[in-house]
Design a protein around this ligand. Sequence first.
Ligand code: SME
Length: 160
Amino acid sequence: MAENLIVSTSTDKQERYDSLLPQIEALISYEDNLVANLSNIAAALRYGMNFFWVGFYVVKEAQLVLGPFQGPIACTRIAKGKGVCGTAWSEKRTVLVENVDEFPGHIACSSDSKSEIVLPAFKNEEVALILDVDSDQLNDFDEIDQKNLEKLMRLIEGKL
Ligand code: SME
């Protein structure tokens, strides 16, 4: 099948998610390899939502290890409870950071990152991986991102 992404040009963020999420759902429906699916999801989010950095960290024993991503190179390992990603893992919840400089322990992979949202995906009630989205603008994420990206995490859980 041809992999084409239709990128919404709407200025309305919800409309862009409405266009993108069904495409991601279709894209991962015919593939069971996790790396392949996470890679395409990262690219779809990068181009569909124009995110500055978007990628996955996968739980491997006591650490998060960098997975498929789009954007500048990033730190490869994060301990549980450390940074925004490690906090989302240890607290098993979405963490939305309006200003990364005000988040104690934020790990600055890129000095251009200004705000961030991190969401966990669960397998057997434990965090299996997290999605991290960074913006080079302050306060760039809100409850619309949280709601839609949490919906995406539930789609990903269906493939874990
Ligand atoms: N800022 C994250 C680290 C990952 S990078 O942003 C890609 C954190 O504090 O966990």
